[in-house]
Design a protein around this ligand. Structure first.
Ligand SMILES: Nc1ncnc2c1ncn2[C@@H]1O[C@H](COP(=O)(O)OP(=O)(O)O)[C@@H](O)[C@H]1O
Ligand SMILES: [Mg+2]
Length: 302
């Protein structure tokens, strides 16, 4: 199989592992730095060029697109989708997952349990919103990532002034979500790595200081954790709702059961080191199984 990995390069641990695993099985792998690709917008030949050369017809494309490059990365991926090349992670699923408001709407539509969430753009609504959500409250920027853009406001005054500032200076920018604070598990969350409708690895993340955010990028620490059946089912349901066959589902353990925080379209591979599970090999297994069946059948994109 000829496999393209859309990535920022071989220096990423995840990319290195995927290349290693695919090559071990005799596949031909090309790491394509999507940032440096250019695209030919011709309906009969939606080609992708890289370093001055047209890229060959791949059997599968695996996107590992970073948050800061979602738009261009997905445009490159769409180009491959227009060629009918199989991808386990569709561009539309990535753009949906990267917008917390859109993702929350999709999860609600498919009846996936999440913390209670409200969205508004008007200062005059703030009292009403806080009345409904209660305090403390989580304020989230729809486009935030790595824990940046998530605020915990303890008091009505703090929440109100933060929201007023956001509404005022963010006229046409990212949307702002107000979310119920899940205090039972503040400072911890669970990452369930889902591949092809199965949880293949799971870890708990714990912030090491008094931060309420448990992101590893914020200094959180991961430990292996065994999920309950309900947690597994919730993670799988969330992955399915988002249309992401390979993803990292973040859950919080709450007094009313597991709640989904978000579904990550390019989950990190730090979970391999924490759990000892071979995530890369499960992903290559999945692609090996699905690419021959789906190739040419999923002419989607654009
Ligand atoms: N509603 C909430 N209640 C309690 N903690 C939360 C809540 N939402 C987020 N957190 C904490 O903040 C972290 C980051 O939030 P998340 O929504 O995953 O944004 P990001 O995309 O920046 O990771 C979570 O991993 C969790 O530890
Ligand atoms: Mg997160």
């Amino acid at each position: 199989m000829k496999l393209a990995i859309l990535s920022n390069g071989n220096a990423n641990y995840s990319t290195k592992r995927l290349v290693e695993e695919a090559e071990k099985r005799g596949h031909k792998v090309q790491v394509v730095k999507y940032k440096n690709c250019y695209l030919s917008l011709d309906d009969k030949h939606p080609d992708v060029y890289y370093k001055g050369e047209k890229l060959p017809k791949f059997d599968a494309v695996l996107p590992r697109i970073s948050n800061g490059m979602t738009r261009y990365g997905c445009a490159v991926l769409r180009q491959f989708e227009m060629q009918g090349i199989y991808t386990p992670i569709a561009s539309v699923a990535i753009t949906r997952a990267r917008d917390k408001l859109r993702a929350a709407q999709i999860l609600a539509k498919y009846d996936v349990d999440t913390p209670k969430t409200l969205v508004s753009r008007n200062t005059s609504d703030i009292d009403d919103l806080l009345e409904q959500i209660g305090l403390p409250v989580i304020i989230k920027l729809a486009s935030g990532t790595h824990g940046n853009g998530v605020i915990l406001a303890d008091t009505r005054k703090a929440a109100k002034s933060a929201l007023q500032a956001f509404y005022l200076y963010n006229e046409d920018g990212t949307n702002i979500l107000l979310q119920e604070f899940i205090k039972e598990s503040a400072g911890t969350d669970i990452r369930a790595f889902v591949v092809g409708g199965r949880v293949i690895a799971s870890m708990q993340r714990q912030s090491l200081d008094d931060d309420f955010r448990s992101n590893l990028h914020k200094g959180g620490m991961g430990t292996p954790v065994k999920l309950t059946d309900e947690e597994k089912k919730t993670a799988i349901k969330a992955a399915k709702a988002m249309g992401l066959h390979i993803c990292g589902v973040d859950l919080m353990r709450s007094s009313r059961g597991p709640l989904v925080l978000e579904v990550n379209a390019s989950p990190g591979f730090g979970i391999e080191k924490v759990t000892g599970r071979d995530v890369a090999s499960k992903i290559i297994d999945y692609i090996e199984h699905n690419a021959p069946r789906r190739n040419g059948k999923d002419r989607i994109g654009a």
